[in-house]
Design a protein around this ligand. Sequence first.
Ligand SMILES: [Zn+2]
Length: 383
Amino acid sequence: MSNIKNILAKLISFDTVSRHSNLALIDYVQSYLTDLGIESRLVPNQEQTKTNLYATIGPNVAGGIILSGHTDVVPVDGQDWHTDPFTLVEKDQKYFGRGSCDMKGFLAICLAAVPAMLEANLKRPIHLCFSYDEEIGCVGAVDLVAEIAVNLPPVEAVFVGEPTSMQVANLHKSVNSMLTKITGVEAHSSKLNLGVSANFAAAKLINFLSDALDEYRANPQTDLTSLEPNYSTLNIGTIHGGNATNIIPKFCEFSTDLRTVPKDDPDICVHSYKQYTQKIAAQMQAQNPICSIEVIDKAAAPGLAPEENGVAESLALQWSANQQAIAVAYGTEAGLFQKAGYSTIVCGPGSIDQAHKPNEFIEIAQLEKCAVFIEKLIQHSAN
Ligand SMILES: [Zn+2]
């Protein structure tokens, strides 16, 4: 346990809030692995300010297992922390610190287990895949998954160690977030003939999305009772438009969050919405050609669907001593792996109830449980 604690303390000490670089943390991981004789490869972002890392322990042959986690954490701004969020504090059988639960605890267990992996004389490899920018929409993992799909031999299963209290999750919704920016023409509110209202256009678009939501609500995925709610959802999180009651507003922008159940294809919803924005833009441009509507895709993370006779699920149920898989409410990188053809589940230490909150912690008992899971995974890979 002490090795896990030391590594976790080190990982927490890097402020890898998503808006910052994760390079210092990755440097540490890379030199830790190098000291153990393991080469790692980096998949950086375009600006070279952040990077994914992957490494293979054992022979580089088919049939291995991927352990996946993200290195970034959510911000601490405005949160009431009783201790320094970037210093591990042990209290009441818990480790406190930003990322302790989501999800540096899992990363620490994986890294602490590397010497045991090396001693086990693995027949099939264990691959570590650490990403950046998960918390802002599974951004980094897109390139990581694309690269490993080409560079790594086929694997048996992927385990994403997001906090599930060591239950096995085989289902979560997709997440698409978009920002819609509308440009109209400003004028005095009495001179309707001179202006084009960005707010009225926004109202039409939001109404379209509201109708789509009604449609989703009326058509739940009835075979998935573990999802709450078991229909796709849409949310308009923010709206900013206009400056004064007596001015026809020139700008309006609003954010949309779409989460779909497996039976609904998010791309269909996004596509039909974008087509509708073009129709509304054309109506505005008929009044004044300088009007425009832009839809910016902020993030798109596919959902995770239960697999028929899924290998990842059956192995994880065995090793975690669970009877059946669950659904989780949040999105993860698991959907990206599954979409790339990998058998994938989510299973990791700590409760999502403690994630993203001030005084985030992980129970030591959860880390111990996960360490047992990894031991079984090592035994499996050595046979
Ligand atoms: Zn997470």
